[in-house]
Design a protein around this ligand. Structure first.
Ligand SMILES: *Cc1c(COP(=O)(O)O)cnc(C)c1O
Length: 223
């Protein structure tokens, strides 16, 4: 399928999910996750109107970035090794996987401007998932205040790979509630307005539960 047709379908589904939940589609950013696809296909996504791209590995990110440059906003969505921070940090617009102090420290050291970061949370408690436990998040964000180059703009999670939509919804709802608590603290270093949640198989539920950034690979550009 052409990316343009996929995008149109996804936008329609987002519109319906917004109508069901009283939200405005303009408040939702679609991040096209291009980790599985070629430069050609990535360019097709840009031409179709995808303005935000996501990559989860340094090598893939740097290759795509060298071809696409500032035609897109760049979201780094994979777990990031501290020693690789310096290679990418000044080229990305947002990091979706802040999950430890050592990484925050390295970003603070290497970045030349404040970096928009989402704190990754392991809401579902699965062993395999990266991210902080929910109860660790607020103390973590308090500590990050010492780093002038970290701005906590939101929270990110990945739902478990299960078929039960109620379980998936619960994960997204818990993340939204945690976001609300943090936002209520009115921290200047952590406005925490955004929710990065929802992928190809669960983005409609995520939108109903308040997602502001959905990360879509296979159903948008292919796998
Ligand atoms: C690969 C990936 C996605 C996109 O997954 P799809 O199911 O293909 O939409 C989203 N978020 C993260 C963190 C990923 O690694």
């Amino acid at each position: 399928m052409e990316v343009a047709a996929n995008l149109e379908w996804i936008q329609e589904k987002i519109g319906q999910a917004c109508a069901r939940s009283g939200r405005n589609p303009d408040d939702i950013t679609i991040i096209g996750v291009t980790k599985y696809v070629t430069i050609e296909r990535t360019k097709e996504a840009i031409d179709a109107g995808v303005k935000n791209l996501g990559e989860n590995r340094n090598e893939g990110f740097l290759e795509k970035h060298s071809h696409i440059g500032n035609q897109a906003k760049w979201h780094f969505i994979g777990s990031l090794q501290s020693r690789k921070v310096k290679d990418i940090i000044d080229k990305i617009d947002a990091l979706h996987s802040l999950d430890r102090m050592s990484l925050a420290n390295e970003i603070n050291k290497r970045a030349t401007v404040p970096i928009d970061c989402f704190v990754q949370v392991n809401v579902s408690g699965e062993e395999s998932k990266h991210g902080l436990e929910p109860e660790e998040v607020i103390p973590f964000i308090e500590k990050v205040e010492q780093y002038a180059h970290i701005r906590v703009v939101g929270l990110m999670t990945m739902a478990p790979h299960i078929d039960d939509p109620d379980q998936i919804r619960k994960v997204f709802r818990n993340l939204a509630q945690l976001r609300d608590r943090i936002r209520g603290k009115n921290w200047t270093h952590a406005p925490c307005e955004y929710l990065s949640m929802g992928m190809s198989n669960d983005y409609e539920i995520a939108v109903e539960e308040g997602a502001t950034h959905i990360r879509i690979g296979s159903k948008l550009v292919g796998s």
